[in-house]
Each structure stands twice: as C-alpha cells, then as structure tokens.
Write a protein that binds this ligand. Structure first.
Ligand code: ADP
Ligand code: MG
Length: 496
C-alpha cells in the first residue's frame, strides 16, 4: 500500500475520468456535436446522446466505468440530462485535483462536496418556474439533436403522446425505416407487426371479433427423451388424432365467431389452411407485451386455448403496409398509444428514437407532477451564486470544497457556451451579474454569444433532471475520491 501522500490513486482515476468526460463534453447543449462510433465489425452509430456514447465506449478503466454508471443512472431516473451529469461529475473530480494541490485531504473534499450537494438541493426547491408550456420541455430536450429540423412537429407529437399514454414507460414506439420524420404520427391503439399467416382477405373493418390465445395452436410436442415404438397403423392413428385435435381447435375458433386471432406461439399449417378458407386472420408469435397491450386496448381476455375462449368485438382493425412491412392496427378504447416514427435509414432512425425517448421522458415527468426549472445551465449557475453567499458560514477548508463545487456547477453553462464557440468565462461572469441583480433566467446565447433570457427562448427542463444530475454526479465523484488504491483482484473468469 502506498502512503498516498501524493494521492496517486486518486490522480490516476481522475485522469481516466477526465479523458472519458472529454469525449462527451463536446456534445453538450444546442450546438453540441455528434459522435460517430464504429465497432470492430464496421457497425456505425451516429449519436449526440451522452449515455449512448458512454455505453458504446469500451473503457476498461474502473473509474471510467463508474462514470458510465452515472449516465445510466441519470437516463433511468430522468431520461435526459446524461451529458450534464457526466460533465458535472468530471468537473467535480477535476476541481478536487486542484484542491489536492492545495493540500486538502480527500475526506475533507468529500465532506465539503456532500455539504454543498445538500445545500444545492435545498436551494433548488425554490428555483421553480411557472412560465412554461409542455411543448417547451420537449423542444429543449431535442435542440442540438437530429430531430431539431422537425422541432415543432416532434414537440407536439411528444405532448399528444404523453397525454394519450399517461407515462413515457407506457408508450410503444414503432420505428419504420423509409419515409420522412415529418410523416411520423401518433396512433391511439396497438400495432402488431408479427407473423401474419393468413395474408389474403380484406382486413379493414369495424366491429371485428378478435380472440387472444396465450399458448400455441400446434400438436403437443412429444417429450424428446422418450422413445415410443409404434407400428404403421398406430402411427397413422396418432397422426390422425393430432390432426383431428387441431381441426377441432380451428373449428372452435370459427364457431366462436372470431375474425382475427392473435396467438402467443406458433400455429400449425393445418389450422392456418382451415382458417384461411374462412377468411379468418391469424397473427402468430405475438410477444407477451403486445398481448398485454391488446388486452388493455380491447378488453379481450387472454385465453389459454380456443376451447375456453370467447371472442371480443373491437372497434376497428385494419392492415396497412408501411415501407414494405405489413402491420395490423387495432383500435379499441384508445388507451394504448403507439408512436409511429419514420426516418430515412435505420441508423438515423435509431438516433431519432433516442431523441424521442428523451423528449417523451421529460414531458412525462412534468405531466406527472415534476416541477420545472429554467434551462441553458441558468439554474446550475443560480445555485452556485446563492451557495457561495452561504459558504462563508462554513469557513475553513470545507469552504474551499464548497467553492470548488460551485465552480463545477458553473461548468454546465460554461460548456454550453464553449461548444457554441463562445467564451465560457465571459458567459459565466455575465450570468453571475444577472443573478446578483435578481435575474435567474439568463443563459448562454448560443447564436450570438453573450447571454440572453432563457424563458424568452422557452428553454426549460424538469427540476428532477437537475436534482438527479447533482446527486448522481456528487455520489460518483465522492466515491472515486474515497479510493486510495487500485488493487488487481483475482478474477473469477477464465485466466488468459
Ligand atoms: P444532456 O445529455 O445533458 O441533456 P444536451 O446535449 O441535451 O445534454 O444539452 C442539454 C443542455 O442544453 C440543457 O442544459 C439545456 O437546458 C440546454 N439547452 C437546450 N437548448 C438550449 C438553447 N437554445 N440555448 C441554451 N441552452 C440550451
Ligand atoms: Mg438532453
């Protein structure tokens, strides 16, 4: 063990973190750039999303891995704000390094950081704003992303979708390559794109009886380990029994009056043929989540077999072909929401979907009661100014750590300005002056340089996004600072 006089382990970890944070830092804000990532197989991802970049970077360094965890935590909690959380964590660590140089012990820094975090969370509660519109949150979340070109359309679509679905986790996104983003729309209902085995027939109609089957419509599989010897006569009688059983199931479906059957597993050809002749539509290998959504939308019960089933009449079923893929659109009570996105290619579509995930997420947070703060880093900067005025109460070395924490908060608007080609320090100083004058809404004017009122540009974000970025960044920074030695451990996996 080293005596750790020079904070060797901490400095090494901080170096690793700085490198990885440096990669995502340039994507922050409306003028942030995208990253193109290529793997060994030549697969390309182009993205502006911090969490995605970090997930795809194969960083072997343990401290860098901890930073990746921060972005995942932020994404899971708040959908958006991943780059901000990582930039903040990186800056807290970089500032800790300067405090080491001044002779502060890691524990003193940690104590100061945690004190500062609690102070920030306390002040944050008072920094809510009421001037916003739900579409503003979506718009702020997508600025700087490929979606920006269709900003108004996307923002409205996100708000409509959350109004229909209630929560971002209940939204189903169907991404169809081909077409233009502007053709994207919200469908109130469920879309199924699984194996349609009866493709012919006219399937567009109102008041259609449907049936949901949880299992498969196939002969029982024999247990693979049992060998039964049968003679030819017995064999054909077993075969016939299977066939009869299947025809009985098929007839049952017909008798129930079902016109569309959704089946969880496979459907045997015998049944398919039988139903096709009677113009009954079969959809097989429907995933359990889609079954659940169909149940929710239509009220149709999910039965184990057709024998105990009853058909449920649903409002509308229609089949549509989108860019060469067939889909079945099912409308019932309109409780389910499906967002249908179009994009030129699969890779642009993936980035479109990531942008939607962020925007839907922030709208969902606020629609479900989260408070709203001014964006553009203005809230982080206001926190820093208010905290500095209180830091003197603490005094001593801990006060230095609190000030370092405030500097880190200011790195958010600083980086947004810098990424737009403007001076970080000038921006921060101008913003500070405004806060001192009582104006907490000013942020970087990324188009013209200098600062401007963020509320006039309608730049808003959920308060929980900022709260979560501050807590997760502080948690990981202090965890990394507590490490005073990195020791190789005997792996459990196979040795090289
Ligand atoms: P993150 O992964 O942290 O969400 P982004 O690249 O999405 O990173 O950038 C988000 C930051 O950019 C937020 O602080 C947001 O308020 C800010 N922002 C968005 N639009 C603007 C704008 N027009 N002017 C200034 N800041 C903006
Ligand atoms: Mg964002």
């Amino acid at each position: 063990m080293s005596d750790n006089k020079n904070n060797d382990a901490q400095r090494m970890n901080i170096e690793a973190v700085k490198r990885i944070v440096g990669t995502v830092k340039t994507t922050l804000g409306p003028m942030g750039m995208d990253k193109m990532m290529v793997d060994g197989g030549g697969n390309v991802i182009v993205t502006n999303d911090g969490a995605t970049i970090l997930r795809e970077l194969d960083s072997a360094h343990p401290a860098a891995k901890m930073i990746v965890e921060v972005s995942k935590m932020q994404e899971a909690n708040c959908y958006d704000g991943t780059t901000s959380s990582v930039v903040l964590a990186g800056q807290l660590l970089a500032n800790a390094e300067s405090l080491f140089d001044k002779g502060l012990h890691a524990n003193v820094i940690n104590k100061g950081y945690i004190y500062a975090m609690n102070m920030a969370l306390d002040i944050l509660k008072g920094l809510d704003s009421a001037d916003y519109d739900l579409t503003d949150l979506a718009r702020t979340a997508i600025t700087g992303k490929s979606l920006e070109a269709s900003e108004e359309k996307v923002a409205k679509l996100c708000v409509d979708t959350i109004e229909a679905a209630g929560d971002a986790s209940d939204v189903k996104i169907l991404a169809a390559p081909g077409g233009s983003l502007n053709d994207s729309y919200l469908f109130n209902g469920v879309v199924v794109n699984k194996d349609f085995v009866t493709a012919d027939g006219k399937w567009d109609g109102s008041d259609i009886p449907i049936l949901l089957i949880n299992g498969g419509l196939e002969p029982q599989k024999q247990d693979g380990n049992v060998q039964v010897q049968v003679d030819a006569a017995n064999y054909s009688s077993i075969k016939n029994a299977d066939r009869e059983q299947m025809l009985a199931s098929a007839k049952q479906i017909e008798d129930i009056g079902a016109k569309v059957v959704f089946v969880r597993d496979g459907v045997h050809d015998t049944i398919v043929q039988y139903l096709r002749k009677r113009d009954i539509f079969v959809c097989r290998r429907v995933p359990p989540s889609t079954m659940k959504r169909l149940n929710n939308e239509t009220g149709a019960v999910i039965y184990q077999t057709p024998e105990d089933g009853m058909a449920t009449v649903v409002t509308h079923v229609s089949r549509k072909r989108l860019n060469d893929v067939d889909y079945l659109f099912v409308t019932g009570s309109k409780t389910e929401a499906t967002l249908i996105l179009f994009g030129a290619t699969q890779s642009t579509l993936d980035e479109v979907q990531r942008g939607f995930d962020d925007a839907l997420g922030v709208v969902s947070l606020v629609a479900n009661g989260d408070e709203v703060c001014v964006g553009g880093g203005a809230t982080y900067l206001s926190l820093a100014v208010f905290m500095r005025s209180r830091a003197a109460e603490v005094g001593g070395r801990a006060q230095m750590a609190i000030e370092a924490f405030c500097d880190a908060l200011e790195a958010i608007p600083g980086t947004i300005a810098e990424n737009a080609g403007h001076d970080a320090l000038d921006t921060i100083l101008a913003m500070r002056n405004k806060v001192i004058e009582g104006e907490t809404c000013y942020g970087p004017d990324t188009d013209n340089g200098g600062i401007c009122d963020m509320t006039e540009l309608s730049i808003f974000e959920p308060m929980s996004l900022i709260r979560s970025a501050i807590t997760s960044a502080t948690e990981v920074a202090t965890a990394i600072l507590r490490i005073d030695d990195v020791i190789g451990r005997r792996g459990d996996g196979p040795s090289a």
